[in-house]
Design a protein around this ligand. Structure first.
Ligand code: NDP
Length: 332
């Protein structure tokens, strides 16, 4: 079977040479284990951080070992009483065509609740990130102005819709006209800014006549710099991601934020989804309910073929994806 390992720690933007496609044995499951055929692979911006040898909330990938991420697969052989052949499962597994997993590492997906891929997006990792970051840290109130960067991505598009559910006015920042139209026409955002075409500072001033109460930050960098001067008193800033810096060899410096925070008594708080692990059930149920009520929509960009996993991962940094980027490597 094919497997993808990290061959080198990327410097700057990763390239194909940083990864190795290896032929590896499939193996056979022991008691309490199952053999899984990989079906969908989630590629995520945070994986870039794991490719560096730095201390973080999650250990770095090791060189010459298989890369892992969120995966949906199907059980082809079971030595576990909890799983049967044919079960569709989700877990953090390797970028390889087959995996052997312990029964404790995976859980069954209920395909009657939502399409299976939704478990990697809207009711899964990215939906939950939007849910907890916005509601716990952002605490949106009716009539407030919420600005979200990376707005047409998996997390950002969910943040904007949840903010609308809570009665806020939502301004999205994204990188193409197609994405901006989608946010306005399909998701009901109140205003959008194409940061590649417009001057973000003046566009924000126009789009936020009453200032900004919540800034949900997915990208950092100069887009975030433009937000700080417009913060309202007691603004909240869930710091979710900083994708504009993930491939930077040297960190760039923007305006310093302290005075903006002091002047407005704003709260800026970083988080990772893991902080909320005890509440995943609550979040998953709320998201699935909104989805089934038609209050939440989602898009997925699905790249086909095991050989294109790296392309799909690199596409995240080029903004090629609308909604959640996934790779399909087999049929269910
Ligand atoms: P997305 O689906 O949003 O994909 C990434 C998007 O980022 C691209 O489509 C692109 O859209 C945008 N982008 C890429 N490069 C830049 C840049 N230099 N400046 C501005 N925008 C850029 O990914 P996710 O929804 O999975 O993740 C969004 C953010 O949330 C990431 O920063 C990620 O690390 C973070 N995250 C954090 C979690 C946590 O627990 N804290 C959990 C999950 C995600 P465009 O065309 O608009 O440029």
């Amino acid at each position: 079977q094919k497997q993808i390992q990290l061959a080198k720690r990327p410097i700057g933007t990763p390239s194909m040479e940083d990864f190795a496609f290896i032929e590896a044995p499939i193996g056979t499951p022991s008691d309490g284990e199952v053999l899984i055929r990989t079906v969908y692979i989630s590629v995520d911006p945070y994986l870039r951080g794991r490719m560096q040898d730095v201390k973080s909330y999650i250990p770095p990938f090791r060189l010459n070992e298989v890369i892992t991420s969120g995966i949906i697969g199907q059980v082809v052989e079971s030595k576990s009483e909890q799983f049967a052949k044919g079960d569709v499962i989700i877990g953090t597994l390797g970028w390889q065509e087959y995996s052997i997993a312990n029964e404790k590492e995976i859980r069954k997906i209920d395909a009657t609740l939502a399409p299976v891929t939704a478990n990697l997006s809207i009711i899964g990792m990215t939906g939950l990130t939007a849910y907890f970051g916005l509601l716990d840290i952002g605490q949106p109130k009716e009539g407030e102005t919420v600005v979200v960067s990376g707005a047409a991505g998996a997390v950002g598009s969910t943040v904007g819709q949840i903010a609308k559910i809570k009665g806020a006015r939502v301004v999205g920042i994204a990188g193409t006209e197609e994405k901006c139209r989608y946010l306005l026409d399909e998701l009901g955002f109140d205003a959008v800014i194409n940061y590649k075409q417009e001057d973000v500072s003046s566009a924000l001033e126009k789009a936020c006549p009453n200032g900004i109460d919540i800034y949900f930050d997915n990208v950092g960098g100069s887009i975030s710099d433009a937000v700080f001067p417009l913060l309202n008193k007691f603004a909240r800033i869930p710091v979710c991601g900083a994708i504009s810096s993930y491939n930077k060899v040297e960190m760039d410096m923007g305006p310093r934020v302290q005075t903006a925070l002091i002047k407005t008594s704003a709260l800026m708080k970083g988080f990772t989804l893991g902080d909320y692990s005890s509440r995943f059930k609550e979040g998953g149920t709320a998201l699935a309910t909104w989805l089934n009520e038609g209050k939440l929509k989602y898009e997925e960009t699905i790249t086909e073929g095991f050989d294109h996993i790296i392309d799909a991962f690199l596409d995240l940094f080029k903004g090629a994806n609308l909604g959640k980027q996934l790779v399909k490597v087999a049929d269910i």
